[in-house]
Design a protein around this ligand. Structure first.
Ligand SMILES: Cc1cc2nc3c(=O)[nH]c(=O)nc-3n(C[C@H](O)[C@H](O)[C@H](O)COP(=O)(O)OP(=O)(O)OC[C@H]3O[C@@H](n4cnc5c(N)ncnc54)[C@H](O)[C@@H]3O)c2cc1C
Length: 229
């Protein structure tokens, strides 16, 4: 699969060290919330690439990814470079990839850690738009250098809109609070669970699903890789 150059449409701050990057959808590209893409920029003469997960409810004309970044990272880090892009700039897109994505499930429950809140809001919005029921459990801050537990949640506005539309949203600031939050928002348990975040969170989320009465083996899980140091 070859990369396609795509035009950046918007870069919006959506939290502490967090941006939502909207990009024109390349021809023939069809991605669902929860799938991921490879984004590449040329840094120091070499292409530098990272994976990011689709955080928009669809990818019709544009699609969005949400990323957190270490503002103090060295020059080779891609996150701060992506966050500094302007509308009209170009980024190379490859994908989409992955099999842990929304496929029209009527009742969804998304557990998100850190930047995993991107696919969580995308899936929840799409579920509601399709006439279904969505719920979100979000473990804040945690892994983002420079962010702390007192920061407002990433995508606070979209989370507020989801709650106003009747979707239960629980925001917690520790792994220990996850299981209770799952029990609180899951209702009768007849929901398809999704998990997005770095490895440490994914492990905690599996345990929380188990403790909350949902078999973690039935969940669609995408790990973002080892926890940032
Ligand atoms: C399948 C998959 C999906 C992914 N989806 C997303 C996504 O939707 N959003 C997202 O943000 N990331 C996502 N990631 C992680 C992403 O690909 C990068 O690994 C991560 O953003 C770090 O890239 P970097 O170039 O900024 O930092 P690196 O060059 O890897 O590291 C530089 C510095 O940044 C720090 N750092 C690393 N990761 C983060 C982070 N997330 N936030 C703040 N600081 C960090 C490191 O500790 C280090 O100090 C995904 C990864 C995979 C494998």
């Amino acid at each position: 699969m070859d990369p396609t150059d795509a035009t950046v449409v918007a870069v919006r701050d959506v939290g502490a060290h967090a941006v939502a990057l909207s990009v024109e959808t390349p021809a023939g590209f069809d991605a669902r919330p929860g799938q991921f893409v490879k984004l590449s920029l040329v840094i120091g003469g070499e292409p530098e690439s990272r994976f990011y997960t689709v955080s928009s409810p669809d990818a019709e004309d544009t699609f969005e990814v949400t990323l957190t970044y270490d503002a103090g990272a060295d020059e080779e880090a891609l996150g701060p470079r992506l966050a500094a892009l302007d509308p009209g700039d170009t980024v190379a897109v490859t994908g989409p990839f992955g099999d842990a994505y929304y496929e029209g499930e009527p009742r969804t429950l998304v557990l998100a850690g850190g930047p995993g809140i991107g696919p969580a809001v995308g899936i929840a919005e799409r579920t509601l738009a399709d006439g279904g029921e969505a719920a979100v459990v979000y473990r804040t801050a945690a892994v983002t250098p420079g962010a702390d537990d007192g920061d407002p949640p990433i995508h606070e506005e979209r989370l507020g809109a989801l709650a106003a539309a009747g979707a239960p949203v629980a925001v917690v600031d520790s792994d220990d609070a996850l299981a209770a939050a799952v029990r609180e928002v899951a209702g009768d348990g007849d929901r398809r669970a999704f998990v997005y975040g770095f490895e440490g969170f994914v492990e905690a989320a599996r345990e929380a699903l188990d403790a909350g009465g949902i078999d973690p083996a039935t969940a669609k899980v995408e790990s973002f890789g080892p926890d940032p140091e």
